[in-house]
Structure formats: structure tokens, C-alpha cells
Design a protein around this ligand. Structure first.
Ligand code: GTP
Ligand code: MG
Length: 358
């Protein structure tokens, strides 16, 4: 097994294809080559899925793990800033000691993101005011539309003691939970004995969607598109491309609809991941789908009904194309291992039916 990372601009990808052919390819040494593209709006879990695939092969070298340090520090600072911003909305206040520690934390604001002193100041503030910050986490739904926290913000705050130790090197869970916005086009090649799968990851933020569509149109010979939806976002709203507040699942449905109505890659298999099942399940206990999707007729708080409902919305948008759904939790290694093994098997089956030897 082996794999490589590479990064390039959409212009240097492949020739546009006519959208009609699905081909497997056999290289001279008998390796079958396939190409997958990851799509979905920002934060849905594309890069996390890719990182899990990488962990199944070579994993991350010490140098690559090191590169996550500033990302993780940044996650902690951004989270702390969001928590502090939420205090007013929630009518909460820091203790006198906390105010003092906040001042010291703010004094470090101009220091580089990798600054250990800055992290220590963040840690001291978190430890002193943990009770009030925990209440902010518990009441996130009261401010999530103005001030959205990172999905796994809580994880990093709970791990802050370990992260602030001298010589800290991120562990697997840190990498999987880290949030880094993808802005470039990233190609990763998964390789084992008889097959090679190139997976392309591209950012799904409002500013990156144009680039995403360009990659969708320029990729030649795609064997599969994995469309990832953060299904826990049924009660979250954000600015859409026209600057209006819109439900995040509806934003994702619109992007999906645009892709599915495009006469490109007509014979490419579409795999839809209803991701973040862990948060979806937890959220259903307190947040009703029907409040955000009045057409929902399933039982309140029922994971199966809820999941089926969102499947049906995406299926309706699929314009008659074949779609295959998977419930996923991209942070769960075993879940992604199973899903990836099934995709790998399907690719081999499909590719072997329509093989082209190069
Ligand atoms: N709890 C939980 N967190 C998840 C899951 N999938 C992804 N995340 C977290 O969600 C955050 C966003 O995931 P990314 O993989 O960066 O999202 P993306 O789709 O690549 O986002 P862009 O690059 O902005 O398009 C990260 O902090 C992940 O750890 C999941 O199934 N459960
Ligand atoms: Mg990404």
C-alpha cells in the first residue's frame, strides 16, 4: 500500500469529458485506476473523510502531524472567541478572576497563532471559567445562526491540557476533529495491490463553490461522486450565495440540484453520505425537524424517520439519476472503513464490467 498527496489548480486537471462514458482503466502493471470527486457545502466532512482514507494507508508522518498544530491552536482561539461573544446573548458573565484572565488572553492577541504563551493564556481562562463556558456550549442553539461554532469545538477545549504540553504532537483524533477550510484542490491517491483510487477534495464554502463547479466540469472520466451532507444542520441557518439567511440543508439541496441537473457525468455513480449521524442523533432529542421542514411527517425525534425524510429530499433532487445513500460519521474510523470498503467493491464491480485497457 502507498499513497501520495498532491495539490493543483483546476486548470491543470483533465480534459472535459462528454459526460456519457464511465470507464475503468487498467494500467500496464494490471492496476485498475478510478477517480472519485468529493462534493458538498463547507463543513460537511469532505476533508475528514479524505483524512480517514489516508489513515487507512500510510497515515500521517510526524512532519504532517506537526502541520496540524497551528490549525488546532487556531481552532481553540476561534472557539474561545465564539464562547466569549456568546456571553452577552446568553446573559452570562465571567467571574472577576475570569475578567482578569481575559485581559491577559487579549494581550496575546497579536502574537502568532503558534505562540505557546497565547495558548497558555487561553487554557488559564478556560480552566477558570469552565462552568460558564460549558453553559454556552449547552445553549449553542440560542446563538448558532449568528455565531456558528466549529463542529468539534468542545473536543479541543476538553483536550486543552494535553495540547498545551511542551512538545505536543497531534494524535489521530486531533487530526480527525480539526477544522481547516479547504481552499485549494487536493488530489490524493489511495493505492493497494490491484487498484488505485484518485480522490479529489475541494472546498465547499460560498467563495469556493465556483471553483468546485469548475472542478466538477473539468474532471475527466469520473467513476464516482461522493456528495456529503451534514445532516445535523437541519436547524442551522447561514447566508447563501445571494446573501440571504437560509437553512443549511436547503443550501446543500440547491447545490446538489445544480450538480444533478447538469448534463455532465451522466453515467457517474452518485454516492450521498448523510454525515454527522452522531450529532444528528443527539440533536433530535431536543430539536424538532418539523419546525424547520414543515412538510416532515415522521415521528418527532425518530432517527430513522428523520434520516428517511432527508434521503427523500435528496432523491427528489436527483433528476432520476442513480443515487446510493450511506449514513456516515466521518470521525468514526470503523464506520468510514466499512463504507469505503463497500465503495471500493462497487467500483471494482462496475469498472470490471466496462474496462478500457490503456
Ligand atoms: N462529530 C462529527 N464531526 C464531524 C463529522 N464529519 C466531520 N466532522 C467535523 O466537521 C468539521 C468540518 O469537516 P471538514 O472535513 O473540514 O469539512 P469540509 O467538507 O472539508 O469543509 P470545506 O473544506 O470548508 O468544504 C471538522 O471539524 C470535522 O472534524 C462527523 O460525522 N461527526
Ligand atoms: Mg475541506
Amino acid at each position: 500500500m502507498g499513497c501520495t498527496w498532491s495539490c493543483c489548480k483546476p486548470e491543470c486537471q483533465h480534459n472535459p469529458q462528454d459526460g456519457q462514458s464511465l470507464r475503468g482503466a487498467e494500467s500496464k502493471n494490471g492496476t485498475y485506476r478510478f477517480q472519485l470527486l468529493l462534493l458538498g457545502i463547507d463543513g460537511s466532512g469532505k476533508s475528514t473523510f479524505l483524512n480517514q482514507v489516508k489513515l487507512m494507508t500510510d497515515g500521517f508522518s510526524a512532519a504532517e502531524r506537526q502541520q496540524f498544530i497551528p490549525i488546532i491552536y487556531r481552532n481553540i482561539f476561534d472557539t474561545l472567541d465564539s464562547l466569549l461573544d456568546s456571553l452577552k446573548t446568553l446573559n452570562l458573565a465571567l467571574s472577576v478572576e475570569g475578567e482578569d484572565l481575559l485581559e491577559r488572553y487579549r494581550e496575546q492577541a497579536n502574537n502568532s497563532v503558534e505562540c505557546a504563551i497565547r495558548l497558555q493564556a487561553a487554557r488559564n481562562l478556560w480552566v477558570s471559567e469552565r462552568i460558564v463556558f460549558e453553559e454556552c456550549f449547552d445553549r449553542q442553539n440560542e446563538f448558532q445562526n449568528e455565531n456558528r461554532m466549529y463542529t468539534n469545538a468542545r473536543y479541543f477545549m476538553d483536550e486543552i491540557d494535553r495540547i498545551s504540553e511542551e512538545g505536543y504532537l497531534p494524535i489521530v483524533l486531533d487530526i480527525i476533529n480539526a477544522r481547516r477550510v479547504t481552499q485549494e484542490v487536493l488530489n490524493y491517491v489511495y493505492q493497494d495491490n490491484d487498484m488505485e483510487i484518485q480522490i479529489t477534495d475541494v472546498g465547499g464554502g460560498v467563495d469556493e463553490r465556483q471553483q468546485m463547479m469548475e472542478v466538477f466540469l473539468m474532471e475527466g472520466n469520473l467513476h464516482g461522486i461522493i456528495y456529503i451532507v451534514a445532516v445535523d444542520e437541519y436547524d442551522v441557518y447561514a447566508l447563501n450565495e445571494t446573501g440571504e439567511m437560509q437553512n443549511r440543508i436547503r443550501i446543500s439541496l440547491e447545490l446538489f440540484g445544480q450538480i444533478m441537473t447538469h448534463p455532465w457525468h451522466m453515467r457517474t455513480a452518485f454516492l450521498i453520505f448523510l454525515n454527522k449521524q452522531d450529532i444528528f442523533q443527539r440533536k433530535l432529542e431536543t430539536s424538532n425537524i418539523v419546525k424547520h421542514f414543515p412538510e416532515y411527517q415522521g415521528f418527532q425525534n425518530d432517527v430513522k424517520d428523520g434520516g428517511n425524510f432527508f434521503r427523500s429530499l435528496f432523491r427528489e433532487c436527483a433528476n432520476g439519476r442513480d443515487t446510493y445513500f450511506h449514513n456516515t460519521q466521518a470521525t468514526d474510523r470503523n464506520n468510514i472503513k466499512r463504507v469505503f470498503a463497500s465503495i471500493r467493491g462497487d467500483l471494482l464491480k462496475k469498472g470490471l464490467q466496462q474496462i478500457v485497457v490503456i
